[in-house]
Design a protein around this ligand. Structure first.
Ligand code: SIN
Ligand code: MN
Length: 201
C-alpha cells in the first residue's frame, strides 16, 4: 500500500508508482539513454564517480576537475533529450507546481556504486524542490543535516518510491551507501536508476 513517510522533512512516497507505471517509465527512458548515453563523471579531485549518469531537459548535471555545474550539452557534444512526459507528470502531481523542471538527472547504480553524502546546491533558487524517483534495485538512502556531520538516518528506497526534497529540508545532506543488487526484477541486468528533477535557473 502506498504510504507517505516524512524523514527529517524529506517526504517519502513509498510505492508511488505501481509495476505498470515503473515499466512505462523505463520504456520512456530507453530513447533518452540511447540519445544521451550514460557516462562516468570525474569529481573535482579527479576520481571517477562510481555512479554513471546522463540527463534530460534544458540542462544536464556535470562534474569534472573544474567542479560541479549544469551544462547545456552532453560530454559527447549533443544537446540533452527532452524530459519524458511520464516524468513531468510525476513532478506536477507530487510538487503541485506549474513550473516544469529544467533538468532530470538520470543516475545508474551498478552493483558496487554508491553516492557520498552531499547537498544539491548547484541550482540558483533553493525555494524550488528536488524530486527523486527510484527504479530497480533497492538503495540505502542516508539523510543527514544541513551542516556537515552529525547524526544521520537511513531508509531503503525501493522501486517506485518517490522522494520530495523541499522546503526547510531542501539543503539536507543525503547519499546512497549501497544497493541491494538484483533485489528487483525491473531492470533485466540489475542495478538501480534514480531520477532527480530540478529547477536550475
Ligand atoms: C542524488 O542525490 O543525486 C541521488 C539520490 C538517490 O540516488 O537516491
Ligand atoms: Mn543529491
Amino acid at each position: 500500500m502506498a504510504a507517505k513517510i516524512t524523514l527529517r522533512g524529506f517526504e517519502i512516497h513509498k510505492e508511488y508508482l505501481d509495476d505498470a507505471a515503473q515499466k512505462a517509465l523505463i520504456g520512456a527512458l530507453r530513447p533518452v539513454l540511447k540519445a544521451a548515453p550514460l557516462f562516468s563523471p570525474e569529481t573535482r579531485w579527479g576520481k571517477k564517480m562510481s555512479v554513471r549518469m546522463t540527463s534530460a531537459g534544458k540542462y544536464g548535471w556535470y562534474s569534472d576537475r573544474r567542479g560541479y555545474r549544469y551544462a547545456e550539452t552532453h560530454p559527447e557534444g549533443m544537446g540533452w533529450p527532452p524530459i519524458p512526459q511520464e516524468v513531468l507528470t510525476i513532478w506536477r502531481d507530487v510538487t503541485g507546481l506549474e513550473r516544469t523542471p529544467d533538468c532530470c538527472l538520470i543516475n545508474y547504480y551498478g552493483e558496487t556504486a554508491r553516492m557520498g553524502l552531499h547537498q544539491d546546491r548547484d541550482e540558483a533558487d533553493f525555494t524550488w524542490p528536488v524530486l527523486s524517483v527510484s527504479l530497480g534495485d533497492d538503495g540505502l538512502f542516508r539523510v543527514g543535516n544541513e551542516e556537515r556531520g552529525g547524526k544521520t538516518e537511513s531508509i531503503w528506497l525501493e522501486s517506485g518510491d518517490v522522494v520530495l526534497m523541499g522546503g526547510p529540508a531542501r539543503l539536507l545532506h543525503h547519499g546512497v551507501d549501497r544497493i541491494r543488487f538484483k533485489s528487483s526484477r525491473l531492470l533485466p541486468k540489475g542495478g538501480r536508476i534514480n531520477l532527480t528533477c530540478r529547477v536550475v535557473d
